[in-house]
Structure formats: C-alpha cells, structure tokens
Design a protein around this ligand. Sequence first.
Ligand code: UT7
Length: 330
Amino acid sequence: MNKITAAITAVGGYVPNFVMTNKMLEDMVDTNDEWITTRTGIKERRVLKEDEGEGTSYLGIKAAENLIDKKGLDPKEIDLVLVATATPDMFVASTAAFVASEIGAVNAFSYDLHAACSSFLYGMSTAAAYIEAGRYKKVLLIGADKMSSIIDYTDRTTCIIFGDGAGAVLFEPNSEGFGLQDEYLRSDGVGRNYLKMDAGGSLLPASVETVQNRQHFIYQDGRSVFKFAVSNMADAAAEIMKRNSLVDNDVAWLVPHQANKRIIDATANRMGLDNSKVMMNIQNYGNTTSATLPLLLHDYESQLKKGDNLVFAAFGGGFTWGANYLKWAY
Ligand code: UT7
C-alpha cells in the first residue's frame, strides 16, 4: 500500500474592501510613501471596517466560503477546522468553533492555533499529521488575522506594516506522493521581548492603567526582529532544501511570509532563486500575520502546476519560524 501524504486540494481567500494606502498613513503619522515602499515593499493594506464585519472570524468565514464555493465542497464532510490566528475574536471562546458553525461544518471539531506569524506554517504540520495518521480525511486550515484590532495608529514603526485578511486551504489524503514532504520548525522564547502585546493576557490582565499605557497594542523592536527574521528564515529555507537534496532548479516557488520585502529577498537569495519564483503580494496587503501564506496560494493558484515543488518559509513572534516543503497536487 502506498504511503498516505497530506495534500492541499483547494484554496480560498478574502481581504476586506477598505484599502489603506501609504498616502493615508502620511496623514496619521510622521511617515511617507517613499520610506514605507523602500524599507518594506508595502504600498497599501486592507482594513476590516465595522460596517463590513466584526472580528477575525468574519475574515475566516469569508475565506472558507470562497474555498467551499470553488471546490463545490459539502461542509458537512469536513472533519476538523483549524483557525491559525494571533487575533482571535475573544479569549476563551474558540474562534474556530464559531467559524465551523457558520460555514455549516456541523460534523467537525475545531480549535484555534496560535504561533504568531508562523501559525499557518505550524498549522500545516498539525493538519498533515492528522491526515497522514489516517485519523481524518478533510481538514480545513484557515489563517486569519484582524491585525488592525491591535495596531496603534499613532506608532509609525508598526502601523505601516500590518493589514487584515484571511486564507484557507483544504488538506486531504493523497496516495500519489503529493502534499507535505518535510518540515523544519523551530521556536525560541527569547523573542518575546522583541515582538509582543504586553497586556490583556494572564501575565498582565487588562486594567485602566494598561489601557492608559497603550499596552493592548502590538509592540515591535523592528530592527532586532528584522535581524532574527533574515537569518532564521533564510537558514530554515536553506536547511529544508539541503536535507531534501533540492537545488534552485528543483524549486518552482518560494512561498514566504510577507513581513518585509527585504527579508523575502534575503531568503530567496540564499536559496539561489530568481525573483520570478518568489510569490509576493506584500505590496497589496502588507503583513497579514497568519494569513500571508494562504493568501499567496490564493493569489497564485492559477499559476501552480501539479508536481510543483513549493518551499514555505515564515518567521514571527515568540520567536517562531521554519520552512515546509510541499508538492502541489493539482
Ligand atoms: O511578521 C512578524 C515579524 N516582523 C518582521 O519581520 C518585521 C521586521 N522588521 C522590519 O520589517 C523593519 O525593522 C521595519 C520596517 C519595522 C523598520 O525598518 P528599519 O529599516 O529596520 O528601520 P529602523 O527601525 O532601523 O529605523 C530607521 C529610521 C529611524 O530613524 P533614525 O533613528 O535613523 O533617525 C526610525 O525612527 O527610520 C525611522 N522610521 C521611520 N521613518 C519614516 C521608523 N519608522 C518609520 C516610518 N516612517 N514609518
């Protein structure tokens, strides 16, 4: 009997309608389009406004519905719904449970998975493990974040980077060898000093003081995070190529986390890849945290061919990082 691998068999995506341009940010903080473009590659990002929807679940539901429509999938067949997110609708109540109910996945169980910008990368590992073990046949993995809910729009070092969005993929068993081939995943708790939201968790519960001190917003020591991100993301991508004996010509696409174009360029450079093989939509959406990787698949789906070798790479808060190697199945 052939070994069962976990393949991505469908993709969906969603970004909110409201476009926040660099020009608009110029009116909010001391910045300019030229600085943002040259330092990050970002031109605009999407923001979920109150009149369009509410929390992260709204984005996840839209992305899942897009996948379900495209695939013609009966949601009752879904076994498990995973929502990878750093911005759940609320603590305690699972965002994934609400998403599953709203999309009609009434036979599924569901839970959230949180590893900051690496949530989707780690989620691929979780989804694939269930499929490879033969436990479940249809696992819906959603990456969704409403970053605007934790952004301080008076802090020019962070507000320019992030945006809102969601992407979804369906993992199913494959007996022809397509799907997830290998993963290299790492974490290091030293990173929590450099990229975090101080208050609102068990360490520093919400109080009048934490609100007054603006501690419910994301804080980033950008320069330090940048240094860790450049070396670790590139190292992880190079390592996964090495241990699978992949050379540049074997890789059809790099699917990199969209935090900063300079980090993406450094990773591609280390892998010896031409720009034409690097998926990129940072210019349109900025950093959507857990949604960057599935949104790339959504945007590039029509260019993907069966058998393409994809290398996913991400770096994020925690720190968390790694690279996955996947063979495209359709
Ligand atoms: O996805 C999760 C992981 N996150 C990341 O991977 C993000 C990693 N970090 C970054 O992408 C970059 O560090 C940033 C885009 C956040 C910042 O870029 P940078 O090139 O590292 O800038 P910097 O922090 O070294 O600041 C350079 C200068 C400073 O001025 P001085 O001290 O040289 O006078 C900043 O005050 O740029 C200034 N600056 C700005 N100027 C205009 C910082 N933010 C801005 C801004 N507009 N928005």
